[in-house]
Design a protein around this ligand. Structure first.
Ligand code: HEC
Ligand code: HEC
Length: 385
């Protein structure tokens, strides 16, 4: 009797799971949005294949090298036999043919490739997940279950691009190899200035009105900017402020923006690892944050960003002003404080290595006069967010 009941429950659960993508308009949109975030290139293969020739580059790259530049492998896309072989160390991670096989399985996060019958990569493109997803390393470093919205701070986009035969001009090559892991410059191809920024989390955005470090616009605005001007997807992006006027017909970006936005808004901030901070000290630090530290003047809960559309001059927080002058606002948005301990370093340029550095920085910049206990407690509070 009990067994039959269990079986029935399992069946209902299976049916519910299979049906969920289509069961309500909201779930349907979330499912579509997830698919777009993970797998949609918006037609950017034309750029990454025909212009950058990345299909040729990747054809000769071993999995070890690919993992070394921060690419991640989605364990859920692998057949069980391959998972067992990987666990047993029986897969040759020095053989580029293994990379091609992983691409054919659609197992490389943020990358889409077509592989022909002779195991040649014919088309290559990238998706949002390249920069804004990682894996939990459950099988091996770089191989595990997807973590959408987590910034891939191992990814070295500049180094990857620098391998393209089309980007070998010495000045270009020098810029790309200067960025380093976890950083990208989404303005460089507009203004030719070199100032990479940390890839930010794409979770915890619900209730944050302005996206990007400089508060360029809302989620759909920025998604269109990146999809069209950075990934080189075939869509529409027009903004007189940036001088962009790109239009493709058919437009493979604009119709997808609502579902993509809904998926991004569903990505909640992961909880801070509880064993990472001292709860009693964090509680004391909370008092500092809202009191003597004056942090909540700008970092307003629940997102710990500006509730409205307030932006700040770089000097207000003693930040390097270079990026601000390159954006359209001239200022910085108060960065939402999201799972801080999971993604060091801090500030848009990564200039503050640790949360202790952040607190020391503000203590000096804002002339707070916090003593060492207050500072240590504040660090614990930041780790608890
Ligand atoms: C090559 C890496 C890369 C790719 C691909 C990429 N992004 Fe980003 N994304 C960044 C960087 C870097 C920033 C920060 C830009 C800035 O603030 O100047 C950013 C900013 C963002 C933000 C703002 C986060 C915040 O806190 O305000 C969102 C949302 C976002 N990206 C979503 C997307 C989506 C959706 C896609 C696919 C259409 C995408 N990104 C593709 C690197 C990337
Ligand atoms: C005047 C408004 C303002 C005040 C006051 C302020 N912040 Fe900030 N905070 C900002 C801005 C703007 C940024 C973005 C700076 C950058 O990226 O260069 C920022 C960034 C940060 C970051 C980096 C987040 C990340 O993911 O990179 C942390 C952490 C932080 N603030 C903590 C604090 C703490 C702690 C206090 C109080 C001691 C404080 N802030 C006071 C506006 C403020």
């Amino acid at each position: 009797m009990r067994q039959r009941w269990l079986l029935a429950t399992v069946l209902v659960a299976v049916v519910a799971c299979t049906a969920s993508p289509t069961s309500s308009p909201i779930e349907r949109t979330l499912f579509d949005g997830q698919h777009i975030f993970r797998f949609d290139t918006f037609g950017d293969e034309a750029f990454w294949t025909d212009t950058l020739k990345m299909h040729q580059v990747v054809q000769g790259i071993s999995p070890k090298t690919a993992l070394g530049v921060g690419l991640k492998v989605d364990v859920d896309a692998l057949p069980a036999a391959l998972v067992s072989q990987l666990k047993a160390g029986q897969v040759n991670l020095d053989d580029p043919a293994t990379t091609v096989a992983l691409l054919a399985l659609n197992a490389v996060v943020g990358v889409q490739a077509s592989v022909d019958a002779t195991n040649r990569i014919t088309r290559f493109g990238v998706t949002c997940a390249l920069c804004h997803a990682t894996v939990d390393n459950s099988l091996a470093p770089g191989i595990g279950r997807r973590l959408d919205g987590w910034p891939n701070r191992d990814l070295n986009p500049g180094l990857i691009l620098s391998l393209s035969p089309a980007l070998q001009a010495p000045a270009v090559h020098a810029v790309l190899t200067s960025w380093g892991p976890g950083k990208y410059d989404a303005h460089w191809n507009h203004d030719n200035q070199n100032g990479p920024v940390l890839i930010p989390p794409a979770y915890g955005l619900a209730g944050v009105n302005l996206e990007t470090y400089t508060g360029e616009g809302g989620i759909p605005y920025w998604n269109a900017y990146v999809a069209v001007t950075q990934m080189h997807g075939h869509g529409t992006f027009v903004d007189p402020r940036t001088g962009d006027a790109v239009r493709y017909n058919p437009d493979l970006v604009t119709p997808k923006l609502p579902a993509l936005q809904q998926y991004e808004l569903s990505l909640t901030t992961p909880p801070a690892p509880a064993d990472n901070f001292d709860a009693a000290a964090a509680a004391r630090g909370q008092t500092v944050f809202f009191g003597a530290g004056t942090c909540a003047n700008c970092h307003v809960p629940p997102q710990y960003s500006d509730g409205g559309f307030g932006l700040h001059n770089p000097a207000e927080v003693c930040a390097d002003g270079g990026l601000a002058t390159r954006g359209t606002t001239g200022k910085y948005r108060t960065t939402p404080l999201r799972a801080l301990s999971l993604h060091p370093p801090y500030y848009h340029d990564g200039s503050l290595a640790t949360l202790a550095d952040v607190v020391t920085h503000y203590n000096t910049c804002l002339n707070l006069g916090l003593n060492s206990t207050q500072q240590a407690d504040l660090v614990q509070f930041l780790k608890s967010l």
